[in-house]
Unconditional design. Structure first.
Length: 558
C-alpha cells in the first residue's frame, strides 16, 4: 500500500507544488495583516497619521491579493483532489479485478461501495487538505517566535499551554478513533441492508416480509445513528475543551498585556497582535484536533482500502503470455472447496480440443465448480488445472481471458443499451447484427421502439429472460475465444432457439473447445463426450448412448 501512496503522490507533485505555493501566500498574508493593523494603531495613537494611511493602503492591497489567491485556491485544491481521486478509484478497480470471487466475498456490497466512495474520498481529502494544514502548522512556529521576540513570559505561557492541549487531544484521540471505527462498520451494515431492500424488492413484496425487513433496516439505522452520535459528541467535546483553554488564556494574556502597557513595557498595538494571533492559535488548536482525527480516519480508510490488496494476485512479472492454443483442458487431482466438504474431490479430467462436451449430474454434483475454476473465479486447494499442459495459475489474466469466455444461466448486463453491452466486446455494429441474425434475435431487437439502443436492465426491461440469455450467448460468440463455456444456459431456451444455438456450436467445434453444463438429454445426445459427475467426483465419461447403456445414475438423471 505504501508504494502505491508514494507513486500516486509523486504523480501529483506539480499539482501539490502549486497548491502549496498558494497556501503559503494565503497564510503569510494572514500573519502580516495583524502586524500592519498593530502598526496603524500605534501610528494613530502617536499622531503619525500619514504613516498610518500608508499602512492602511498596504493593508488594502494585501487583502485584495489574499482574496485573489483565495479564489485561485478553489481551483488548485481540486487540481490535487481530482487527480488523487481518479488515481485511487482506478487503483481500487484494478485490484477488484485481481481478487478472486472468494476473496471478494469478504466484502458486503455496502462495505465495498463505501470503500470505493467514502473511504477514497477520505484518503484524497486528507492528502489534499494536508497541504494547507502544513502551511497552517507553520503559523505556530512564526507565532511562537514572534511572542518570544516581544515578551518571554508571553512565549512561555503560550508554548506550555499548547503542549498541554496537544497532549489532551492525543490522550482522547484513541477513544474518538474507536467510536469512528464503530460508526463506519455500522454504516456499512446499514448501507448493505438498504441495498438488499432495493435489490430484493420483488421477493420482499412476494413473501410479504416488508415489516420484518424494515425492522432490520431500522435496527441497523438506529445502531448507526447511535454510533455516529457518540463519535460526533466525543469529537466536539475534545474540540470545545481545547478551544476553551485557549480562549481563556487569550483573555488572561490580554489583561497581562494591558498591565504591561500601563507600565510602558508594551505598545498598545501589541494587544491587537495578541488577540489576532491567539485567534489563529485557537483555529490551529482546532486544526490539531481535526488533523489528528483526520489522520485516524485516514488510517481506518487505508486499512479498509488495503483489503482489496490482501488476496489480490499482482505477480505479473512471473506470469506468462499465451496465444494460439489448441484448447485441451485438463484437471489433475483437483481438490476444491472445504476439505471436509469439497465441491470437487480428487477430480481428474481431460477434455480434447476441437470438440463439444457436456458435464452433467445431479444438483450439487460440482458441475458449476468446474466452470468457476476454469474462469479463475476461485482457486483449488490442491491439484492442477492446465490448458495445453500449461498451468492456468501461471498465465497472465489478461492473456488468459482472451482464451476463454462463459455464458451463464442468469447473465449480468450493464445498465446501457444492447448495442453498448455487445460493443464492449470490441466488435462493430455490423458484426453484432450478423451474430444476432444467426441466433434469430435480430428481428426481435429491431421490433423494439429503440432497437439496439434499448437499455438493458437487470431488474426487468422490455427484454425477456430468453432474450437476455441469447444476448449472453451472442457475447461469447462475438468474443470468439478458443474455449467456450456454457453454464446451464442453453437448456433454458425454448426448442427453436436451443436448436439454433446447438447448430451454431456444432459448426464452431471445428476450431473451438466447447464445454456445456446441462442435464437436458436433448442436448446431451448431441455431445461428442458426456462427463458424469456426482458429489464432486468424476463417475464416468462417454457418449450419451454409451452412458445410458452402462450407468444407472445417468439413466436416472437423463
Amino acid at each position: 500500500m505504501k508504494q502505491h501512496i508514494i507513486r500516486i503522490l509523486k504523480g501529483t507533485k506539480k499539482e501539490i507544488a502549486l497548491e502549496f505555493f498558494v497556501c503559503l501566500v494565503l497564510r503569510a498574508i494572514l500573519l502580516i495583516v495583524p502586524i500592519l493593523y498593530s502598526d496603524m494603531i500605534n501610528y494613530v495613537s502617536t499622531s503619525y497619521f500619514n504613516k498610518a494611511i500608508k499602512v492602511l493602503i498596504i493593508y488594502v492591497i494585501l487583502i485584495s491579493i489574499y482574496k485573489l489567491f483565495e479564489y485561485f485556491r478553489q481551483y488548485t485544491y481540486y487540481f490535487v483532489y481530482n487527480k488523487l481521486y481518479k488515481e485511487y478509484t482506478s487503483l481500487g478497480m484494478d485490484y477488484t479485478y485481481k481478487n478472486s470471487i472468494f476473496s471478494l466475498s469478504r466484502f458486503t456490497s455496502g462495505g465495498y461501495l463505501n470503500i470505493m466512495n467514502s473511504d477514497i474520498d477520505i484518503i484524497c481529502s486528507f492528502f489534499s487538505n494536508a497541504i494547507y494544514r502544513i502551511a497552517q502548522m507553520g503559523e505556530f512556529i512564526f507565532i511562537f517566535y514572534y511572542f518570544l521576540k516581544i515578551n518571554t513570559a508571553l512565549f512561555i505561557v503560550t508554548l506550555s499551554s499548547s503542549v498541554i492541549v496537544l497532549m489532551f487531544i492525543i490522550l482522547f484521540s484513541d477513544k474518538v478513533q474507536k467510536y469512528n471505527k464503530n460508526r463506519k462498520e455500522s454504516y456499512d451494515k446499514k448501507t448493505s441492508t438498504i441495498s438488499d431492500i432495493f435489490s430484493g424488492i420483488k421477493e420482499i413484496k412476494g413473501f410479504n416480509i416488508g415489516r420484518h425487513i424494515n425492522a432490520r433496516a431500522i435496527t441497523d439505522t438506529n445502531k448507526y445513528a447511535s454510533d455516529n452520535a457518540k463519535y460526533s459528541t466525543m469529537y466536539n467535546i475534545v474540540n470545545i475543551i481545547s478551544v476553551y483553554v485557549f480562549e481563556l488564556l487569550r483573555l488572561i494574556l490580554l489583561i497581562y498585556g494591558v498591565f504591561q502597557i500601563s507600565n510602558g513595557n508594551l505598545e498598545i498595538g501589541i494587544l491587537v497582535i495578541i488577540y489576532s494571533y491567539y485567534q489563529k492559535i485557537i483555529d490551529n488548536s482546532s486544526l490539531v484536533t481535526t488533523l489528528n482525527l483526520e489522520y485516524k480516519n485516514l488510517k481506518i480508510s487505508l486499512a479498509r482500502f488495503n483489503k482489496l490488496f490482501e488476496y489480490a494476485s499482482d505477480n505479473k512479472d512471473d506470469k506468462i503470455q499465451v496465444e494460439n492454443i489448441k484448447g485441451q483442458i485438463e484437471f489433475n487431482h483437483v481438490l476444491y472447496g472445504y476439505r471436509h466438504d469439497p465441491v470437487l474431490n480428487d477430480f481428474s479430467l481431460v477434455i480434447s480440443p476441437n470438440s463439444i462436451s457436456a458435464i452433467t449430474g445431479k444438483t450439487g454434483s460440482g458441475k458449476t465448480g468446474v466452470v468457476d475454476l476454469l474462469m479463475k473465479m476461485n482457486r483449488q486447494i490442491q491439484g492442477g488445472i492446465m490448458i495445453d499442459n500449461i498451468d492456468i495459475s501461471t498465465i497472465d489474466d489478461e492473456s488468459y481471458y482472451n482464451l476463454i469466455s462463459v455464458a451463464r444461466k442468469n447473465p449480468f448486463f450493464f445498465n446501457c443499451s444492447i448495442k453498448d453491452n455487445l460493443m464492449i466486446i470490441g466488435k462493430s455494429i455490423d458484426e453484432i447484427e450478423e451474430v444476432c441474425k444467426k441466433l434469430g434475435i435480430h428481428e426481435r431487437i429491431k421490433s423494439l421502439e429503440k432497437g439496439y439502443d434499448t437499455i438493458i436492465s437487470n431488474d426487468g426491461s422490455l427484454l425477456s429472460s430468453s432474450d437476455k440469455r441469447l444476448l449472453a450467448i451472442a457475447r461469447v460468440l462475438l468474443k470468439d475465444t478458443r474455449i467456450y463455456l456454457f453454464d446451464e444456459i442453453i437448456e433454458t431456451l425454448d426448442k427453436a432457439n436451443r436448436e439454433i444455438v446447438m447448430k451454431i456450436l456444432n459448426e464452431k467445434k471445428k476450431n473451438h473447445t466447447i464445454l456445456i453444463i446441462s442435464r437436458d438429454s436433448k442436448i446431451l445426445k448431441l455431445m461428442d463426450n458426456v462427463i458424469l459427475m456426482d458429489s464432486g467426483e468424476l463417475i464416468e465419461t462417454g457418449t450419451h448412448d454409451e452412458l445410458l447403456k452402462r450407468n444407472e445414475l445417468y439413466k436416472e438423471i437423463s
